[in-house]
Design a protein around this ligand. Structure first.
Ligand code: IPE
Ligand code: IPE
Ligand code: MG
Length: 250
């Protein structure tokens, strides 16, 4: 198909200046909102609010780059230990974000889904998420928000479900394989991330996608999340393009 033909069928045409082959799933640890606010003498929540604008920008870059899956680490299970005011503010921002961008997600044909322990969230937020997930479920491109998420918690919940199936006789113990564990994770149909980007310079994984990151490439930028823009996005993609992924082979 020529580009003109693709355009006529309405297929997404990635912007070629962004296009990186084999980058199907990008995952991001959105860190540094608090430091961004502190540098400006603002409350931490002002940093989180500025960070939601970056989310919107990055969603658009991914669309231009033809990236099918974008996973964003928005709130870890460990983040519940932050001061109540910050937790409440973050939850309110998440709800507002989902409401505000629902229309844009529909328009840009993006499927929204979440991973994490849904039961930890308020009934109101759970209902909001369920509504937008259902409304966008038929779209191909996906934005996956990790919410009350940690890799260990996700694996523990998967193992619990497997144990229940073994107890009920629907799964044989010999059938508990790597594939069976992967199939019980929160988004089993989503391929492992090819690239994990972390902002604000910390060289750690902070309990993100522990099972899925087995062969992911990592890119860490010192730039704080609210300042992450097109130049940093391109830099991350270019760094990825130079990597030689061997998956244990030669
Ligand atoms: C990331 O920014 C957002 C969340 C973890 C919710 P931080 O709030 O961790 O910002 P820093 O790391 O304190 O700068
Ligand atoms: C990781 O950031 C979690 C999210 C981005 C949601 P944190 O700020 O919570 O991680 P640590 O505490 O620096 O490891
Ligand atoms: Mg942080």
């Amino acid at each position: 198909m020529t580009n003109d033909e693709l355009q006529m069928t309405g297929t997404l045409i990635p912007n070629s200046s962004f296009l990186i082959p084999n980058l199907n799933h990008l995952a991001m640890i959105m860190d540094g909102n608090g430091r961004w606010a502190r540098q400006r003498g603002l409350p931490r929540l002002a940093g989180h609010e500025a960070g939601t604008e970056t989310v919107r920008r990055v969603m658009n870059y991914c669309r231009d780059a033809g990236i099918r899956y974008l996973t964003l680490y928005a709130f870890s299970t460990e983040n519940w230990s932050r001061p109540q005011g910050e937790v409440d503010g973050l939850m309110a921002l998440l709800g507002a974000f989902i409401r505000k961008y629902e229309e844009e997600l529909m328009e840009k044909q993006v499927r929204l889904r979440t991973i994490g322990n849904r039961a930890d969230l308020s009934a109101g937020l759970q209902a909001e998420i369920a509504r937008v997930e259902a409304a966008t479920a038929h779209f191909e491109r996906q934005v996956i928000i990790a919410l009350s998420y940690s890799g260990r918690n996700e694996i523990a919940r998967a193992v619990r479900r497997i144990a229940e199936e073994v107890r009920d006789g629907t799964l044989a113990p010999e059938a508990v394989s790597e594939a069976a564990i992967a199939a019980h994770l929160d988004a089993p149909d989503v391929p492992d991330p090819d690239l994990i980007v972390r902002t604000s310079g910390e060289m750690r994984v902070s309990n993100f996608l522990l099972w899925q990151c087995a062969y992911s490439e990592f890119h860490i930028t010192p730039v704080l999340w609210p300042d992450f823009g097109e130049a940093e996005f391109k830099e991350a993609l270019e760094a990825f393009a130079k990597r030689s992924r061997r998956f244990g082979g030669v």
